[in-house]
Design a protein around this ligand. Structure first.
Ligand code: DTR
Ligand code: ZN
Ligand code: ZN
Length: 327
């Protein structure tokens, strides 16, 4: 649902239909049928349509993160009670859904930090599709857009995987990183502890850090052409123009993966940079104002979210996961 720029039901159905048509066209080209899930004439497994991710569910996770911050000194920062509570919340949902979860411990600035890794059982473990978001906020505030938005969108996507009838051909792994705000300490730790054989099994890593900015842009990471194209294809079905993400090179948890030679992609709706008038013309919102004026501030609360951007980005994540894992 889209309170800011409500789409009439007919248009939402049409956009969903477009995605379905794309999938149908791919299946027709490969000689597959949508129903059977049998191998195609070319031997490739057909890709079933990605689900529509409920933005209401994503926002319910954000409301939980906000309550957690409220109850724990106003933040969910590394080494604080609000981080631990955020991790328990996400882990509880994943465990109940059948994920195999692992908590990885590390130390940063004299405090213990944690990554949460969640593997969906099955798929070819020689080909791992990974997606992540950081679960820590800065100490200044609750971090609802940065990066409650990515954490919540990813959680709802993981739950959608657990509910889906079709099994992914590749192995799916989700990560919620600790201490990103201290310099990507959690994700760097994960990569440094990963055996080189296990690194080689990761076919791609997708990062979602800030996907519900209140004055949003639609930025797609340009690090890997194939991963970039998957997201561009999705936004093309919505008729939303995208730009290549250039603000954040090396500024989030995809950087350690990229440095390890793993293809990376991701989405970003903008931080403290100012939206230009050209960008406001194509995306709406306010020119001359930051994409997120509450970036790293106490006002990064539940009201610091554009529901439409959060909705589209959540659905784009599902599209990419389904495409890349061959669900
Ligand atoms: N790393 C983010 C902020 C950030 C700024 N630019 C980008 C570009 C792409 C992803 C993230 C970012 C933070 O957590 O503060
Ligand atoms: Zn962030
Ligand atoms: Zn940040």
């Amino acid at each position: 649902m889209t309170p800011h720029r409500p789409l009439p039901p007919a248009r939402r159905r049409r956009t969903a239909g477009t995605a379905a048509l794309l999938t149908a066209a791919v299946l027709a080209l490969t000689g597959a049928t949508t129903a059977s899930g049998a191998p195609t004439a070319s031997g490739a497994a057909p890709v079933s349509a990605a689900p529509d991710i409920s933005v209401a569910n994503v926002k319910a996770h954000l409301a939980q993160f906000q309550s957690i911050a409220n109850a724990n000194g106003g933040n969910r920062a590394h080494g604080r009670a609000g981080y631990q509570a955020s991790l328990s919340y996400v882990k509880g949902k994943l465990d109940a859904a059948g994920f195999t979860t692992t908590v990885q411990q590390f130390t940063a600035s004299g405090r213990t930090g944690y990554n949460l890794i969640a593997d969906w059982p099955g798929g070819d473990t020689g080909k791992v599709v990974m997606a992540g978001a950081h679960l820590d906020s800065v100490t200044a505030g609750p971090g609802i857009n940065d990066d409650g938005s990515g954490s919540a969108a990813l959680l709802e996507n993981a739950l959608a995987v657990s509910r889906a009838p079709a099994k992914p051909a590749k192995h799916l792994r989700f990560a919620w990183w600790g201490a990103e705000e201290l310099g990507m300490v959690g994700s760097r730790n994960y990569i440094s502890k990963l055996a080189s054989a296990d690194r080689a099994r990761i076919t791609g890593y997708l990062n979602f850090d800030m996907v519900g900015s209140p004055n949003p842009g639609y930025f797609v990471y340009d690090d890997d052409a194939a991963l970039e194209q998957v997201f561009k294809d999705y936004f093309a079905t919505l008729n939303i123009p995208t730009e290549r993400e250039t603000e954040g090179d090396g500024r989030s948890d995809h950087a350690p993966f990229k440095n390890a030679g793993i293809p990376v992609g991701g989405l970003f709706s903008g931080a403290d940079y100012t939206k230009t008038s050209a960008q406001a013309r194509k995306w709406g919102g306010t020119a001359g104002k930051a994409f997120d004026a509450c970036y790293h501030a106490s006002c990064d609360t539940s009201s610091n979210i554009d529901t439409t951007a959060l909705d589209h980005n959540s659905d784009a994540i599902a599209y990419a996961l389904w495409q890349l894992s061959g669900a």
